[in-house]
Design a protein. Structure first.
Length: 448
């Protein structure tokens, strides 16, 4: 328990660095994992374009499947950390056991459900007769590894919540390196094409899942998966899913946003604007992925000290997190504002697309300078078990603001209305979540 108890005593800045650095690396590895995967598939002779498009079409469906792991990991891991903060290891293990059972049930339900409806779903997400065979082949094989995905992603957060972020990072690293090695071997060496990419992904996820489970049943884990707790405890299930629904919502709504954006841009602008959005979202990812790693590494500190009643340390953590995230997002936006061409050139050399991205990027990311407030607020409410507020923040930006505005504003501003919706949603949601965070921290001050 020594490493875990350090979250209640170690200097906050040092603790945040120690816990966040591995999660930041893990997040970056995941991004590289996806980029390399698509690079290999995109260079398959003669059919590269269709296979790459097939993977792109299947991406929203895969995102939805993986998002279900956050129902358990995003909700159960903070609850387990809070229990550890109260020095109640038994309750933390009961939460872990219940979460494991839920992940198994979700895996079975998702595999069967998506298999039944995958064809209409893939066409809904943009498949054509030319790209459907590749999307279908990749999705079919990927679904066979649904349990591995749920365990590798969902249970990994129960390692992070113990403060063992290096172990959590290593589980991601195993899958990423394996996938990168297997991709060219199976795709080109065995001439398996997109089927090889899917098999490589499933095998890689299986290795990650095996590593995670092996650690959680070992003596090295503070909380362990125990057979006697592998049961569906209604009380813990409800708490886990209630808290995890915000993390799930944040992931699953990405698919809805992408569909709305692409349809609007295609209708009011054309293909070049769809390409512009793809590049700008990639530029945004360059910032949000490391910030998400920082947030994920900081959350166990918040949960532990909240559970232990150490509110001064919790508030110190939040202040430092706000300084870092807001400083990073504001600094990044300054670079984007003054050097948009530089960022655009990372992804394209085509003159028309380059100039369009450079023109729109500073507008599209106009609310990004304050986005660190929302990400930190979301982390605080999840970390302290406040399911209602965390869900509200998750829904506010994407569902309540962004999607409706992306549909309505183009009627008044044409294609630019789609781009305007992003900064408006960012500014409103960040301001609202910041107010809720300030009010909640003020209430904690009275308890100190």
């Amino acid at each position: 328990m020594e490493q875990n108890s350090n979250m209640g005593t170690e200097k906050i800045s040092k603790l945040m660095l120690r816990l966040s650095l591995p999660t930041i690396i893990a997040q970056v590895i995941n991004v590289l994992y996806n980029i390399v995967d698509r690079m290999y598939v995109g260079h398959i002779p003669e059919v590269g374009a269709n296979t790459l498009t097939g993977l792109g079409v299947s991406a929203p469906l895969i995102l939805i499947v993986s998002a279900f792991s956050m129902f358990v990991g995003g909700g159960g891991a903070p609850l387990a950390a809070i229990a550890l903060g109260k020095n109640d290891k038994e309750e933390a293990e009961k939460i872990l056991g219940t979460g494991t059972v839920i992940l198994i049930i979700l895996s079975i339900a998702l595999t069967i459900g998506v298999f039944i409806f995958k064809e209409p779903l893939l066409y809904l997400f943009g498949a054509s007769d030319a790209t459907f065979p590749y999307a279908n082949e990749y999705t079919t094989i990927y679904l066979l590894g649904t349990l591995f995905v749920q365990f590798a992603l969902g249970l990994n957060l129960f390692i992070t919540c113990q403060g063992k972020t290096k172990i959590a990072m290593f589980s991601v690293l195993i899958g990423a390196i394996t996938n990168i090695i297997l991709d060219p071997i199976l795709i080109y060496g065995f001439n398996m094409g997109v089927r090889g990419a899917a098999i490589a992904t499933v095998f890689s996820q299986a290795l990650s899942a095996a590593f995670v489970v092996a650690f959680l049943v070992s003596n090295k884990s503070i909380i362990r998966i125990r057979f006697k707790y592998l049961k569906l405890n209604a009380q813990y299930a409800i708490k886990t899913l209630s808290l995890g629904v915000s993390s799930f919502t944040m992931q699953v709504t990405e698919s809805a946003i992408l569909i709305v954006f692409n349809n609007g841009l295609l209708k009011y602008g054309g293909d070049i604007y769809v390409g512009t959005m793809t590049i700008m979202q990639s530029v945004m990812q360059l910032l949000t992925i490391p910030i998400q790693g920082l947030i994920q590494g900081t959350q166990p500190i918040v949960s532990y000290n909240y559970g232990a009643g150490k509110y001064d340390r919790l508030k110190e953590t939040m202040k430092l997190s706000l300084k870092i995230t807001v400083g990073a997002t504001a600094g990044y936006y300054v670079l984007v504002f003054f050097f948009p061409h530089l960022f655009a050139r990372i992804f394209t050399s085509e003159a028309d697309l380059l100039n369009l991205v450079a023109k729109i990027l500073p507008i599209f990311m106009g609310g990004m300078w304050l986005f660190g407030v929302q990400m930190t607020s979301q982390m605080f409410f999840v970390g302290t078990g406040q399911a209602g507020k965390s869900l509200f923040i998750a829904l506010l930006r994407k569902v309540i603001l962004l999607i409706p505005m992306a549909i309505i504003l183009p009627n008044f501003f044409g294609v630019m209305g789609v781009f305007y919706s992003e900064p408006i949603a960012d500014l409103i949601s960040a301001s609202t979540s910041g107010f809720l965070l300030f009010y909640s921290l003020k209430k904690l001050k009275n308890l100190s």
